[in-house]
Structures are given as C-alpha cells and as structure tokens.
Design a protein around this ligand. Structure first.
Ligand SMILES: O=C(O)C[C@@H](Cc1ccccc1)[C@H](O)SCc1ccccc1
Ligand code: NI
Length: 186
C-alpha cells in the first residue's frame, strides 16, 4: 500500500515528464500500479485509516506521483457532497480529453496537490465540462462526460500525465482574477 513516503514531491523531475502510453494486455506490474493507486485513495478517504497511516486525503492520484512515468491515473470522488448523484470512481489508462466546454470553472478555494507540500493560493481555471476517453484495467474503452468537481479532478490528474502541476494555471499577475464566463464552486 502506498504511504506518503512513496509520493513524489515537486522538484522530482518525474513530475515534469510526459508519461508513456500503457500497453495492453496489462503487465501484472501495471495492473498492480492501478490497483494500488485506487487503494491509496480509498484508504485516504477513510478517516480512521487516513489517520492510522498518516496519509493526506486524496480524490485523485496519477502514476508520476508514485514515481511511474506511465499514462495512468486513479480518480475517486468523495461520497458526500453534491457528487452523491454522480460519484466517479475509475482507474483511467491512457486518458485523453476529447472535448472541453467553452465554459470555464474553478474551485473557489483553489487546488492543492499531494506532490506539493505548500499552499499555492489562486484560482485554477479549467474547463467546467469535459469528455474523456480512457481504457480500464481490462483494456475496455470508455467515453464519459464529466462536469464541475469530477471534471476538475480528472483535469488535475490528466495534467500530471503531461508534466503539468495545478499552479501552472494560476494567473501570475492576479492569482484570483475572475473572468465573466467562469463558474466558481466549492
Ligand atoms: O495531487 C493530486 O493529484 C491529488 C489531489 C487532486 C485534486 C486536488 C485539488 C482539486 C482537484 C483534484 C488531491 O486530491 S489534493 C487533496 C484533496 C483532498 C480532498 C479534496 C480535495 C483535495
Ligand atoms: Ni496533484
């Protein structure tokens, strides 16, 4: 099971590399990688286990964050909140965003990252709705539409697969700048 010591932190070049596509049929190593990343999210969202293993709660984890420069990420939206309607749980292999809404969105409290041990204040403008294509552990193709919070998480994780970190998107001159067509939500 991954612990915080296994999470790569900013400064480690693996976080800035473009990841390589994952081949199918999955090797045992790649299957285990996906399962372990999802396991981290599940354990980190259980208050007892999170404390017991000294984890930082996470709703997403990308392979570069555990030192693997492979195109794979796990997403697990927390059960509470308005996501109740559309909880999203997926190990996304070779994910590609195939369409973005013009409408932009951002979390009012900004974003954080398990690989960034500091607060970086500012809005992280992203597409409010996206269509993502990815393969699951069996290699089956999925094409899903995400909006609001799950869309933010998926974009944050897919960014990791392209060597991007959330603060790359923050406006340097005015971190909290709002343009008229953006929606902000908690
Ligand atoms: O570092 C990661 O990729 C995991 C991030 C993903 C994320 C952060 C902010 C906004 C969208 C996605 C962690 O989930 S940061 C910790 C966290 C935990 C619960 C809710 C929000 C953020
Ligand atoms: Ni991150």
């Amino acid at each position: 099971m991954y612990l915080m010591k296994d999470i790569t932190r900013e400064g480690n070049p693996v976080l800035r590399n473009q990841t390589k596509p994952v081949k199918f049929p999955l090797s045992d190593e790649d299957r285990e990688l996906g399962e372990k990343m999802m396991k981290y999210l599940e354990v980190s969202q259980d208050p007892e286990l999170c404390k017991k293993y000294h984890l930082r709660a996470g709703v997403g984890l990308a392979a570069p964050q555990v030192g693997q420069s492979k195109s794979m990420a796990a997403v697990l939206t927390p059960p509470e909140g308005e996501d109740q309607k559309s909880p999203f749980k997926a190990i996304m292999i070779n994910p590609v965003i195939i369409s973005n809404s013009v409408q932009r969105g951002a979390l009012t409290e900004g974003e954080g990252c398990l690989s960034v041990d500091r607060d970086v204040p500012g809005f992280v403008p992203r597409a409010d709705r996206i269509t993502v294509k990815y393969q699951d552990l069996e290699g089956k193709e999925h094409k899903i539409r995400l909006k609001h919070y799950p869309a933010i998480i998926a974009q944050h994780e897919i960014d990791h697969l392209h060597g991007m970190l959330f603060y790359d998107h923050i406006n340097k001159n005015d971190p909290f700048s709002k343009t008229e067509d953006e929606v902000f939500f908690d």
